[in-house]
Write a protein that binds this ligand. Structure first.
Ligand code: G3H
Ligand code: ZN
Length: 284
């Protein structure tokens, strides 16, 4: 099966109240673990690739790995640029074979965010590529994007509705109280904002900063209208902690497979647990 745009499964997610996971791909092992978990549970999913991960892996390898995953698994998989910062990087990814892009214009003024996002939507839709937009600034650290708490700003429902109407994005990330990275305490998610926006637009809401959000809060977010949930840090922690444990247990280990195989297995368990909570099991 070729890579697909998010419109292959997000409309069903919206209609049937489940969420599709965006699991960030940072290298081969992430891609293999995510695909293995989704195959076991027959779930669609989205490979999210940040600009930092793109630099690390290289765009050709990134697309080749994603295409191999889609071919080998037969699952509907979208390859999605995560937090794309410019029109140019979005177009570069589409030319290389990405089936979906996010334009993150949340650091621009509201009007500029609309104007810039509209440009990406026009070009991407002409090529059958889905687009995610962002409104309100999500806190935390994601690659080299860092937003401290006082600068994180909640999305205003009326602005979010107008943003969708003027841009035509296929899903909308709004700042509702989550943050990138693990949480010190429990996040304070504004379900009322999700509900107000989700009930007024035909596309799903995206929840960024999915790592560390308690299961019940994830379920409540989906019930309120979230149809795409992004998870990266929990997989990074699972992989790194497993590697650390293996190397601490035996200083003589030198074959990377001795720690990458268990690390990959740890990520399979993280992804499976999220797919079950998101409700996308058997939705492929
Ligand atoms: O865009 C990526 C996600 O928002 C990742 O957030 O690392 O907190 O799971 P997370
Ligand atoms: Zn994010």
């Amino acid at each position: 099966m070729p890579l697909v745009s998010m419109n292959e499964f997000l409309p069903q997610a919206k209609a049937n109240k489940f969420a599709v996971g965006q699991f960030n791909m940072n290298n081969l092992e992430f891609a293999q673990a995510i695909t293995e978990a989704a195959k076991e549970l027959n779930s669609p999913f989205i490979f999210g690739v940040s600009e930092g991960a793109l630099k690390y892996m290289g765009i050709e390898y990134t697309v080749a790995i994603a295409e191999a995953a889609a071919k080998q698994s037969g699952l509907p998989i979208a390859l999605h640029l995560d937090h794309g910062s410019t029109f140019e990087v979005a177009m570069k990814c589409i030319r290389a074979g990405f089936s979906s892009v996010m334009f993150d214009g949340s650091h621009h003024s509201f009007e500029d965010n609309i104007r810039l996002t509209k440009e990406v939507v026009k070009a991407a839709h002409a090529m059958g590529v889905s687009v995610e937009g962002e409104l309100g600034t999500i806190g935390g650290v994601e690659d080299d994007i860092s937003v401290d708490a006082e600068h994180a700003s909640l999305a205003k429902p009326e602005e979010a509705i107008r943003f969708y109407e003027e841009t035509g994005v296929d899903c909308l990330a709004i700042a509702v109280g989550t943050a990138h990275g693990m949480y010190a305490g429990e996040p304070n998610i504004h379900f009322d904002i999700i509900e107000k926006v989700a009930s007024a637009i035909p596309v799903p809401i995206v929840l960024h900063g999915g790592s560390g959000v308690p299961d019940e809060m994830l379920r409540n977010s989906i019930a309120a209208g979230v149809g795409k949930i992004n998870v990266n840090t929990e997989n990074q922690v699972a992989l790194t902690q497993t590697i650390r444990d293996v190397l601490n247990a035996d200083a003589k280990v030198y074959d990377p497979r001795k720690y990458l195989v268990p690390a990959r297995k740890a990520m399979v368990e993280v992804v499976k647990s999220k797919i079950k909570i998101f409700g996308s099991e058997n939705q492929a």
